[in-house]
Design a protein around this ligand. Sequence first.
Ligand code: HEC
Ligand code: HEC
Length: 297
Amino acid sequence: MRAATRLALAILALAGPARADFAAVSRILTERCVMCHSGDAAPLGLRLDSLAGLRAGSRNGPVARPGDAASSELVQRIRGTRLPRMPMTGPPYLSEQEVATIESWIAGGMVGDEAAAGATPPAPRRPGPGEAVTYAHVAPIFATRCAKCHTDNGLMGAPPEGFRLTSLAETLSASDRVRVVPGHPEASELVRRIKGLSRPRMPFDGPPWLAEDDIALITEWVRQGARDAEGRPAPLPVGARVRFDGQLTGQWALDGVPLRVGPGTRIDKRPRPGDTVEVRAELAPDGGLDVTRLRRR
Ligand code: HEC
Ligand code: HEC
């Protein structure tokens, strides 16, 4: 080995591992975060599409402290030591190497040149013809249009009706009642709300409502079984409770969806076809609705 080469290697060793530069960080954020964390609808006001946005942090304050990666909210979110874990479309989450790049940049003082940021975010990925619709396709819609209210500490304080739209598990939660019935968009309150079949229509701050193709995408996601980001459909939460408002369109149907009314059903105020009613039901093993209560509103 030549002396000059040996000297260069010795200097490199003394300097320690190279600090990641902002351009490398920006590439990761652009690919995995910016689809949600940009523009006016950025969750908690956190914009990750510029150096200034990254330094400014969210409505709750800074998300990264220069020189201190471990205590940074951003690092805790991508490591999953604070929830919901980011990116919210995960899994897959960031690779160990990507996390290390971001940590190294924060540890090195978050220096950079604004010009290294700013690649325009890729449009949310759409499923190709015949490709399954997964949570990765619909999560960006929930994140940009719904999660600002349907989260803890959102625009309305506590999540409305206790319903959070910040992760797949929360979206499908059956702890109180279900709003997504995998395989059955017609029985899913979430789908009914974005179409305006149940009121108030969502998003609550609309119009604008969701674009027609976004509504179609979410409907198709539910129809295919509310698949997770890896494509696995969710199980039907048999026995879970559902509740919605709508129009009685027959003896017995709600907006064309059959209702099973039996001896166990409590019927109040003599609802007739054409009336607006509130339906409470339990989910049968075939996805049908065993009505426990039917009430004219
Ligand atoms: C699908 C949309 C989406 C994607 C993609 C996404 N986020 Fe988020 N992010 C959210 C939502 C919604 C919240 C608010 C959730 C909550 O209530 O904490 C959030 C919150 C955060 C917070 C917490 C801010 C605070 O002050 O509490 C950080 C930090 C964050 N995201 C970083 C990232 C990073 C880094 C990435 C990419 C690796 C990323 N996010 C990708 C939707 C997304
Ligand atoms: C500006 C705040 C806000 C936004 C944004 C918003 N919601 Fe809501 N959401 C509410 C409020 C408030 C309620 C309760 C309204 C009621 O039923 O009286 C609600 C209720 C719901 C319910 C019914 C929950 C239940 O169990 O009764 C669903 C489902 C829902 N929202 C889905 C969505 C979806 C999907 C989006 C995004 C497309 C969205 N919301 C955006 C505020 C919001």
